[in-house]
Design a protein around this ligand. Structure first.
Ligand SMILES: C[S@@+](CC[C@H](N)C(=O)[O-])C[C@H]1O[C@@H](n2cnc3c(N)ncnc32)[C@H](O)[C@@H]1O
Length: 247
């Protein structure tokens, strides 16, 4: 295939990808506008008896408003991992999106946990915040920071909340470029003195996606004990990598 044909194919895949993202954003915004008042009490009152119930609620339960950007079977396995360690008092997530994983982490953390989640501000931020503020249990504190995780001011805001405490669980699922994920790791991993650091999207993606998490994951896992949750080795996205730091 000639160079111009490859360039054309690549431009078409990028345009298709951008169209799908825009379409998804419009659907998300319309669903939020329509269903928010019904979703808030459902989220507040939800109590689960099993990991499956928790994951089903997240993916299907509230009109898709909380749907995580994850592979369902991987989430289920990840929930079981976190169940075994449900003593998390301080959780930090980079990349809130709708709030799907944030919801899971809050339900798996201690009843008096502090949960921090960072994401970029968008036009839908205010509506999403109304939904996300319904997530914490009554004894939990949730801090939703809407700023660039790479900004030193954001790191300072996080440090002001954490103070001298230990982040028990850090979930990195924000900027998926190689330099973006590396920066998130370098900035926030010192806050985890002992605990878990997990990354989403550790499987190799096609080049068009610009995802470099797999490359960073292969480098970083050399330095820690680790586990991987990958549903199917042929899948083109997803996969969760878990590092154990000093535990
Ligand atoms: C894949 S989504 C997160 C999905 C979420 N963890 C879930 O599964 O429910 C990635 C999110 O990271 C956010 N993001 C990307 N770059 C960022 C940055 N530099 N700082 C903060 N958030 C960022 C995006 O806005 C997006 O909402």
């Amino acid at each position: 295939m000639g160079y111009s044909n490859r360039l054309w194919d690549k431009s078409i895949s990028i345009a298709k990808g951008k169209f799908i993202i825009l379409f998804q954003k419009i659907v998300d915004l319309l669903s939020l506008l329509l269903f928010l008042p019904f979703a808030i009490p459902k989220i507040r009152n939800f109590r689960h008896a099993s990991s499956k119930e928790l994951s089903d609620f997240c993916f299907l339960g509230v009109f898709g408003l909380l749907r995580p950007v994850q592979i369902k079977s991987e989430v289920l396995e990840f929930i079981n991992y976190l169940y075994e360690r449900n003593g998390n008092r301080l959780v930090l997530e980079i990349g809130t999106a709708r709030g799907g994983t944030l919801f899971l982490f809050s339900r798996l953390a201690c009843a008096d946990a502090t949960i921090i989640s960072v994401d970029l501000p968008t036009k839908a931020t205010r509506l999403k915040l109304l939904l996300q503020k319904a997530i914490p249990l009554s004894g939990q504190q949730m801090q939703l920071i809407r700023a660039d995780s790479h900004n030193v001011m954001t790191l300072q805001t996080v440090k002001d909340i954490v103070r001298d405490k230990n982040v028990d669980f850090l979930f990195i699922d924000g900027d998926h470029s190689y330099s973006g994920v590396k920066q998130d790791f370098e900035l926030y991993q010192p806050l985890v003195k002992e605990g878990l650091i997990a990354f989403h999207d550790i499987v190799a993606h096609d080049q068009v996606s610009g995802c470099g998490v797999d490359r960073f994951w292969r480098e970083v896992r050399e330095h820690f004990p680790y586990d991987e949750i990958i549903y199917d080795n042929k899948q083109s996205w997803g996969g969760i990598g878990i590092l154990y730091k000093n535990i």
